[in-house]
Design a protein around this ligand. Structure first.
Ligand code: NAP
Length: 269
């Protein structure tokens, strides 16, 4: 396993789900971890678990949808930690809503939190990483970035935008010592599927993976320097299959969606 002893890491959305487990895994690998989210009590619980491994870990309560607050958040973390070696942009919101039912401001909200905010935070912390000649900038994307999920246009678009930014950034950072990575999870067992303001999920949640699998993928990418990792990894084949036959892919997803809507309606999902 990769050793992060002497390094500092910042994880957004560390109060629950994938972010909480990633933060703990980074602390267990030796990093001093900074945690960000809105729910203070939950963040304190993650912090206590991180401090068992890494006593100097710290937390910042912040609403990352407030883009104007991000520069001062980044400055506060750099002042406390003396620089950030690993940034994991994990915080995001779901949006399960058919396009024809979506108020336009919902799309704006999703893009703000899931795309604009991690890019702002990354741009705020990159100069320090480049000046020090090393760093890892990780994004938690989604298979939705590559596979056009039904009833999730805004969410999928936000993750596709993040992925496109990360692909270009991985090239731009060549020679700086800073690497860009993105993990693309499929279904993971978290609170993402019970948040208000969303349609019921179409997917069968009994297939959901534990968040530990995503944390392992994040550490794997930091260790091997690669750009992208699907969780589970066979989703890479689905993405390349879609790229080879987008018409067939859309026809297949239409059929799957009709079947799933019937199953959700009749309670047989
Ligand atoms: N679960 C899945 O199946 C799945 C699949 C693919 C990708 N993902 C991605 O995995 C990441 C983590 O999601 P999760 O599944 O672990 O869901 P989750 O448990 O709902 O975690 C979301 C995290 O984001 C934080 N967050 C939300 N809005 C925020 C805001 N305005 N400001 C600051 N923090 C905010 C939440 O903390 P507070 O509410 O305390 O602020 C929470 O810690 C997301 O990027 C998601 O898109 C999840």
């Amino acid at each position: 396993m990769v050793s992060l002893t002497g390094k500092s890491a910042l994880v957004t959305g560390a109060s629950s789900g994938i972010g909480a487990v990633v933060a703990e895994a980074l602390a267990a690998a030796g990093a001093r971890v900074g945690l960000v989210a809105r729910r203070e009590e939950l963040l304190e619980k993650t912090l206590a678990r991180c401090r068992e491994h890494s006593p100097n870990s710290a937390m910042w309560v912040a609403d990352l949808a407030d883009l104007d607050g991000i520069a001062s958040l980044a400055a506060a973390v750099e002042a406390e930690f003396g620089g950030v070696d690993v940034l994991v942009n994990n915080a995001a919101m779901p949006k399960r809503r058919r396009v024809q039912d979506m108020p336009p401001n919902e799309n704006d909200d999703v893009m703000r939190l899931n795309y604009l905010s991690p890019v702002r935070l990354t741009l705020a912390l990159l100069p320090g990483m480049i000046a020090r000649g090393h760093g890892h900038v990780v994004a938690v994307g989604s298979v939705a970035a590559r596979l056009g999920p039904p009833h999730e246009a805004a969410y999928g678009a936000s993750k596709a935008a993040l992925t496109a930014f990360w692909e270009s950034m991985a090239v731009d950072l060549d020679g700086t010592g800073v690497r860009a990575h993105i993990v693309q999870p499929a279904l993971v067992d978290t609170d993402l599927f019970s948040l208000p303001g969303n349609e019921p999920p179409l997917s069968d949640l009994s297939d959901a993976l534990p968040p530990q699998e995503v944390a392992a993928a994040v550490l794997e990418l930091i260790g091997n320097g690669r750009f992208e990792r699907y969780v589970p990894d066979w989703f890479a084949e689905m993405a390349s299959g879609k790229a080879a036959d987008v018409e067939g892919f859309i026809a297949g997803v239409k059929e799957w969606t009709r079947d799933r809507l019937r199953a959700v309606d009749t309670g047989t999902s």
